[in-house]
Structures are given as structure tokens and as C-alpha cells.
Design a protein around this ligand. Sequence first.
Ligand code: ADP
Length: 190
Amino acid sequence: MYNIVLFGPPGAGKGTQSEKLIEKYGLTHLSTGDLFRKHLGEGTELGQLAKKYMNEGHLVPDEVVIRMVEDRINETPDAHGFIFDGFPRTTAQAEALDEMLSHHKLKINGMIALDVAEDILKSRIKERGKTSNRVDDQDDEKINTRIKVYLEETLPVADYYNTQGKLKKINGVGKIDDIFSNITTVISSY
Ligand code: ADP
């Protein structure tokens, strides 16, 4: 049983690699972006609340995200471990996650950080925007805001896990299967 944080900037390929990890290890995918988009689509109160932040490329407030993740973990008592994708995105979220997991006698095995240069991220996101129906994928200003928010607010989360000796960086550019294979090598060291 593994609990893994898949980390990286928007467009790094977290969603793509998560799908492959779920298949190989039978893990439960917990993507906060996907959960928010589901709430948005269903028009829930939470979706309404998150919408203005998401559409501008800003972070949804910590307490909202943390509550949603906590509910999801509690709803999945028989999970064989989680892949956290797009979460934690702030140090406060990382601390809250450790606390939540400790209630279930669980812990994060490690963070795998996908490394991709900024110009490649931007072109990947714009390409995805042609089919993703995501307003935050279709506009240069919103893409730039997300990358800026990542650098300023989210990158410190890597330090949080690095201090615990849990950070491994992987090159996120190349063939999807090669990147996946490098990720599995890291996981086999847990
Ligand atoms: P990306 O693929 O660009 O990394 P996600 O699908 O993970 O984006 O998230 C889309 C949006 O949802 C974010 O820009 C943000 O507004 C909101 N969001 C997702 N996860 C979080 C989080 N952990 N904390 C705050 N906001 C979040």
C-alpha cells in the first residue's frame, strides 16, 4: 500500500501518469482539480464557491480544499493507497494531509515531482485547451497566472517533503512510457 504525492506544475503530466499508476498499483486517484470540476459540473455549492478561483487560475482557499479531501479519504476506507494529484498545493495543505492520514494510521511514502520547462508547459496546456473545455487552459493570461501561483505558493511544498527525505524528481519530458518507468523505479524503492 502506497500513498504517493504526484507533484509538478500545471501541464506536467500528473493526470496522464496517475492513470497509469492506478492501473499498475490499484491505487485510488485523488485529484482535487477533478473533484472541483465534478462539483462545478453538478452545480453544487462547493462548485460555485471554487469556480471563481479556478477560472482565474488562483488557488481555492485551503480550508475548502482540505475539507473536500478529508471527505474523500473518509468515503474510501478500503482504498489500497492514494495518488494525490494536484494536492497538496500549499504547505498548510501538506500539514493537514499528514494530520488526516495519521488518523487512519497512514503516511505519505514519497513525493514524485515531474520536472518540465516552462515553455513546454505553456504549449502543452494550450494544446490541451483545444479539447479540454477548461477555460483556464485557453487563455495566456490564465495560464501565466497558474504558473506564477505554482512557483510562489506551491513550490514550497516540495521543500516540505524534501526535509522529510521524501522528494524524488523525475524528468517529465520524453515518452510517456519512459517517464512512467522512471516513476515505477522510484516507487519500488519505497
Ligand atoms: P492543473 O492541471 O492546471 O494542475 P488542476 O486540474 O489540478 O490543474 O486544478 C485546476 C484548478 O483547481 C486550480 O487552478 C485551482 O484553482 C483549483 N485547485 C485544484 N487543486 C487545488 C488545491 N489543492 N488547492 C487549491 N486549489 C486547487
